[in-house]
Write a protein that binds this ligand. Structure first.
Ligand code: 5GP
Ligand code: MN
Ligand code: MN
Length: 325
């Protein structure tokens, strides 16, 4: 049961001495804020730790307490000592990216996550697919350990809830999420400030990239499938970074009549990252899994080793099949 998982997670954190805290490659708001929240929890327990992920943390999250401590694996000297790993917001071992090169496969690992495709890869697993965000699970863990709430901790948890629910709008916005958010406002979080910073404010690079990607808008299957693409040259010409892609996949997905919206991004290494969003009919986590990815019923992703046009063809075929089933 969930209470037992919380208990085991607490015991895990008390049992080891130095932790490596890892979130998924190209961390989003939930991944980065959960990383920082674990740091604050370990501070309370008096345990030293290293915070890490592969890929840069979006700069707009710089207000998170611990943001400056998060090590970018790619740029690090890769020389750390720790006796246990805590992963947050990772559905499987591969989601940690290159950071896994830092430890043996059999190291004690606490897996904290909310993806239904999570394969329980930890030694201890705190996995709750009902949770809207990994941060929601950490809200429960903080209450379970009875850590006094600070504004810093509250801001971390609120950030994960806010970003993974798309500003408390997606179908994962439960009454439990709203109750937790309400408490966090009482603990000092400025909800307006965070919404404005994370959901309203944008960058010129993002808007220029949006402009280009919308030119590629395409449809299939009686307009039930829609997608946009972002090529390598689009990134170069607009000076956009990975974080500037956020939200673009919602444009095809939000068109009336579209069941599955997608964004295909050409990566520097020649692979294609596909983001899936579903209006509800298709389980895009299952579609993504066919290509080695995963995620949630309505939001998922996968990386394909194929040229862009071929990747689109393969994925669109699979989405058609799912919609016809
Ligand atoms: P996004 O499209 O925003 O990158 O990701 C949407 C959802 O799918 C997120 O919950 C994310 O964690 C998950 N996801 C994205 N890419 C992958 C992937 O390659 N593998 C897995 N397992 N999940 C992914
Ligand atoms: Mn995430
Ligand atoms: Mn998440």
């Amino acid at each position: 049961a969930y209470q037992d998982q919380l208990h085991e997670a607490k015991r895990f954190m008390e049992s080891y001495n130095h932790f490596l805290v890892v979130s998924h490659i190209h961390p989003d708001g939930d991944a980065a804020s959960s990383t920082c929240a674990i740091g604050l929890i370990l501070d309370f327990l008096g345990k030293p730790y290293t915070l890490m992920n592969e890929g840069a943390v979006p700069g707009k999250l710089s207000y998170l307490k611990g943001f400056d401590q998060i090590v970018n694996y790619t740029l690090s000297d890769r020389n750390y000592s720790f006796d246990a790993v805590i992963s947050v917001d990772c559905a499987d071992f591969e989601r940690m990216g290159e950071t896994v090169k830092l430890f043996p496969k059999d190291i004690p690992l606490l897996n904290i996550d909310h993806h239904p495709t999570n394969d329980q890869f930890g030694t201890v697993n705190l996995v709750e697919p009902q949770a809207a965000a990994t941060a929601e699970i950490l809200f429960d863990l903080v209450e379970y350990i009875q850590i006094p709430w600070s504004k810093e901790l509250s801001d971390c948890i609120y950030t994960g809830l806010l970003t993974d629910t798309g500003g408390f709008r997606y179908s994962n916005t439960s009454s439990k999420v709203m109750k937790a958010a309400s408490q966090l406002l009482d603990y000092g979080t400025d909800g307006y400030e965070l919404s404005d910073r994370l959901l309203e404010q944008t960058t010129r690079a993002h808007v220029e990239l949006l402009k280009k990607s919308l030119n590629s808008l395409s449809f299939a299957h009686d307009d039930q499938i829609a997608w946009v693409t972002v090529g390598k040259e689009d990134m170069r010409e607009t000076g956009a970074m990975q974080e500037d892609l956020e939200g673009i996949v919602n444009y095809p997905r939000n068109i009336a009549g579209v069941e599955v919206g997608m964004l295909f991004k050409e990566m520097m290494d020649g692979t294609v990252k596909c983001s899936f969003r579903s209006a509800g009919k298709a389980d895009v986590a299952r579609i993504a899994q066919k290509f080695g990815g995963g995620g949630h019923v309505r939001a998922a992703g996968a990386t394909l080793k194929a040229p862009l046009t071929q990747a689109i063809e393969m994925v669109v075929e699979e989405v058609k099949r799912a919609l016809d089933a």
